[in-house]
Every structure is written in structure tokens, then in C-alpha cells.
Write a protein that binds this ligand. Structure first.
Ligand code: IMP
Ligand code: MG
Length: 198
């Protein structure tokens, strides 16, 4: 009865809301916050150089769409697939680049977007690689940052919300590739997390 393992096994398609313990940040609050962050980004980039936005997939897809439609300056968009979780609820400790090539950022100002800053390894690894590729500047913008010590020295230049050190899903964030399409950020019921990930 119940639980993710059995629901996947049975191909269950019950609404995802059934799996939510609590909504942490609802959609309206997210979008109002993005209005403010977009204004700040516009002000602070008012220098004329065209920006290249690099979004980390899959997690940043919804954040990217909602944030970028609020920016008025011309920019280009690149996506980069990286993975660090391998399905669980804790970072694996290594960051894998899944694409054959990196975006062309030589001599350009980069705004890096990610869903969440947790250990910091992902943002650090990607910024380092893009610096090696010759980016002239890299700033980062995350939807969420976890209030915990980072394992590597990195902070986001723009951060929309600080949350506790807990596992969250929705608005791009997944558990085993599920829940990314929830329009809010939420905590899952414990029974929806496999015992080995609790
Ligand atoms: P970091 O490298 O430890 O900072 O982790 C960043 C990546 O781990 C993010 O891009 C997310 O994909 C994933 N991640 C970290 N915390 C969570 C979470 O609470 N829920 C879902 N994914 C998370
Ligand atoms: Mg993930």
C-alpha cells in the first residue's frame, strides 16, 4: 500500500498533490519574488554587453522560463545538462557534464541559472569550466539556497529564497525525475521517499 516504490511499480497516476506534505513556497510568492530579482538583474547589468544565460537542466527549466520572460534586455540562452544526484536525496559528490560540448562563452558575460544551491559543488564546477572556456564574467542566480555550510566555497550572486536544510521538490526540482512540473516548491510525505533515501 502507498509509497513511491509501489506506485511506480503499479504505474499509478494519482495526482501528485497526494504526495505533498506541505507547500513551502507557493507559485504567487515565487513569481512576485522573480519580479524583484529581474529588476535587480536589469539594473546591475545595465552596461551594454549582451548577456549569455546558461541554465542548468533539468532543474532550472521552470525558473528559467519565468525569470527570463521578466528581463527586457537582449540576451541569448544556452542550456547545460549536469547531474549530481543520481536519483537520491543527497548530492553524490561528483558533478557530471552530460553534453558533448560546452556553450560558447569566450569573452562573454555569463549569468548562470540553477534551481538550488546545496553543497555548492554544481555551481562551482560549472563556473570553473565556463571560466576555462574564457567567459569574461560569471554571475549566478538560484531559485533556492539551502541554509547549511557549503562543501565548496561558492555563493550565488542572486538568490530568490533561503530554505532550511531539507529535501524539496517542485518548480523544476525532482525526486527520481518526478514532481518537476509542480508549480510550487514543496516537501514530500515521508512515505513517498524510498526507505534508502530517508
Ligand atoms: P549541489 O551541487 O550540492 O549544490 O546541488 C545542486 C543540485 O542538486 C541542484 O542542481 C539540484 O539538482 C540538486 N538538489 C539539491 N538539493 C535538492 C533538493 O532539495 N531537491 C531536489 N534536488 C536538489
Ligand atoms: Mg536533480
Amino acid at each position: 500500500k502507498g509509497g513511491l516504490a509501489s506506485s511506480i511499480a503499479m504505474g499509478e497516476t494519482a495526482p501528485m498533490e497526494n504526495d505533498i506534505e506541505k507547500i513551502l513556497i507557493d507559485q504567487e510568492v515565487i513569481l512576485r519574488r522573480l519580479d524583484r530579482i529581474a529588476e535587480r538583474i536589469e539594473e546591475e547589468y545595465a552596461s551594454g554587453d549582451e548577456l549569455v544565460v546558461v541554465a542548468l537542466l533539468n532543474g532550472a527549466f521552470m525558473f528559467m522560463a519565468d525569470l527570463l520572460r521578466r528581463l527586457k534586455s537582449p540576451l541569448s540562452i544556452e542550456c547545460l545538462r549536469v547531474s549530481s544526484y543520481h536519483g537520491g536525496t543527497e548530492s553524490s559528490g561528483t558533478v557530471n557534464f552530460m553534453d558533448k560540448s560546452l556553450p560558447e562563452v569566450a569573452g562573454r558575460k555569463v549569468l548562470l541559472l540553477d534551481d538550488i544551491l546545496d553543497s555548492g559543488r554544481t555551481l562551482k564546477a560549472v563556473s570553473d569550466r565556463l571560466m576555462e572556456e574564457g567567459a569574461s564574467e560569471i554571475r549566478s542566480c538560484v531559485l533556492l539556497e539551502k541554509d547549511r555550510p557549503r562543501e565548496v566555497a561558492v555563493e550565488a550572486d542572486y538568490s530568490c529564497f533561503t530554505i532550511g536544510d531539507e529535501f524539496v521538490v517542485g518548480y523544476g526540482l525532482d525526486y527520481m525525475e518526478r514532481y518537476r512540473n509542480l508549480p510550487y516548491v514543496a516537501v514530500l510525505k515521508e512515505e513517498c521517499i524510498l526507505p534508502e533515501h530517508r
